[in-house]
Design a protein around this ligand. Structure first.
Ligand code: ZN
Length: 133
């Protein structure tokens, strides 16, 4: 059972409305030079669905640089670089995805990856969120 999702361009607009028009990782506002891209929190290669609940907006640079890092690993790396990575937005998205999967079922490949990310968040509160510079 799969919920009907708007197409990719429409999803990106909805994501920007939901989360604001900034990169989740570096915090830069989107503009002509900083283009928004759709970032999968649980990567597609790990079975992450193309659902609004699994997507945040990231600039092309951050989206590309994250590579195969998990969202929490990349969040911590962004913090080390002094970027205001939005851990609240990431946490919200992970929780929303967990609820969406609980509702829709399936997504067997994405679940262990998502659960591991949620555990890292819940264990430490919000990872690297309040580390003094
Ligand atoms: Zn960025």
């Amino acid at each position: 059972m799969v919920s009907v999702q708007p197409d990719r361009a429409a999803r990106l607009l909805l994501i920007l409305e939901r989360d604001g028009s900034t990169c989740v990782w570096c915090g830069r506002p989107f503009s002509g030079q900083v283009r928004p891209t759709t970032e999968h929190v649980v990567p597609r290669v790990k079975g992450g669905p193309s659902w609004l609940e699994n997507e945040v907006a990231a600039c092309g640079r951050c989206n590309g640089e994250r590579g195969h890092r998990t969202p929490v690993e990349w969040l911590e790396e962004c913090r080390r670089r002094g970027w205001p990575a939005d851990s609240a937005r990431l946490s919200r998205t992970l929780e929303a995805l967990a609820r969406a999967i609980a509702r829709a079922g399936g997504q067997r490949r994405a679940r262990p990856y998502l659960d591991a990310q949620l555990r890292r968040f819940r264990r430490s509160g919000s990872p690297a969120a309040d580390v003094p510079a």
